[in-house]
Design a protein around this ligand. Sequence first.
Ligand SMILES: Nc1ncnc2c1ncn2[C@@H]1O[C@H](COP(=O)(O)OP(=O)(O)O)[C@@H](O)[C@H]1O
Ligand SMILES: Cc1ncsc1CCOP(=O)(O)O
Ligand SMILES: [Mg+2]
Length: 289
Amino acid sequence: MEDKTQNPQQQPSTNITGISESWPRQAWAHLESLRRSSPLIQCITNFVSMDLVANVLLAAGASPAMIHSIHEIPDFTPKTHALYVNVGTLTPDWLPAMKMAAQVANECNKPWVLDPVAAGASGFRLNACLELLKLRPSVVRGNGSEIMALFKGSSDENSKGVDSMHDSTDAVEAAKSLAQITGSVVAVSGAVDIVTDGQRLVGARNGVDMLQKITATGCSVTALIASFVAVDPLRPFEATATALSVFGLAAEIGMEMAKGPASLRMHLIDALHGLDRDIVHRRVSISHM
Ligand SMILES: Nc1ncnc2c1ncn2[C@@H]1O[C@H](COP(=O)(O)OP(=O)(O)O)[C@@H](O)[C@H]1O
Ligand SMILES: Cc1ncsc1CCOP(=O)(O)O
Ligand SMILES: [Mg+2]
C-alpha cells in the first residue's frame, strides 16, 4: 500500500487571477470561500449515501438538498450552485431525472459532477453512465475500476460492485484519455487520488485507508468536489484536487481520535468542520505526477 503521509515537493498552480499559488493555499481559499458563500448543492444520489453526503457537505460549509423528482427539477435546479449526480442505486425510473437535471444545469451554466458508482457492474449501469457522460459533467470521480470501465466502454465480468479491483494508479492512462475524449476533469480515488484534465496530472496524497471501510466515503468526496467546483467553477481541475485533499486531511485528523470505521465516520465530520488555515497550509499534500 502506498504511503500517503509523505509530503513531496508541492509545485504551485495558478489561481483565478493567474497568480501562481501553492496547492495548500488554494485548498484553504476554496474552503474559506465555501464557508463564506454556502453554495446550494443539489444531490441526486443513492439511498446508501444520502445521510453521509448531506452531513459532509454541511460540515464543509455547503448547503445540500436531496431533491430528485423529475417534477421539481425545472423549478429547483436553476436555483442551485452545482448539481451532483450519483448512480449508486440506479433504477430505470431515476435516469430521466438525472439526465434532465444535467441538461438544466448545462442550460443555466451551473457545474455538475458525476459519480459513476459500480459503472462496470452491469450493461444497464454502464450505458446509463455513458449517456450521462455525453451531457458533459465538469468532473467525473470514480475509483480505479469505475474509471477503467467507463474508458473501455464495457461492463466487467470480474466487477466487485461498488468496490474497486484496481489501484488508482492503474487507471492513469484511462483517466487521461477519458478526460481528453469527454472534456471533463477526471478524478480517480485511491491511496493516491489522481486528477487530470487530459493534459495536467496531479496526485492528492491525504487520506487514510480505513476510509474504504465506511460506505459512501467515495460518494461524499464526490459531493465535496461538486461544492468546491461551485465556488470556483472556471477551475474544476484545481477545485477537484483541493476537495480530495481536504477530505483526506479531515480523515487523517479524524483517525487520530477514531477507534474504528464507525467512530472515524463521526470524527471525519467533526474534523472537516474544524479545519483551520494553519493545518490546511501545513498538511494539504498535492503534487504534479
Ligand atoms: N488505500 C487508501 N489509502 C488512503 N485513502 C484511501 C485509500 N483508498 C481510498 N481512500 C480514500 O477513500 C475515499 C473514497 O475513495 P474510494 O474508496 O476509492 O472510493 P469508492 O468508495 O467510490 O470506491 C477517498 O477520499 C480516497 O482518497
Ligand atoms: C454499498 C452501495 N451500494 C450501492 S451504492 C452504495 C454506496 C457506495 O458508496 P461508495 O462508492 O462511496 O463506496
Ligand atoms: Mg464509489
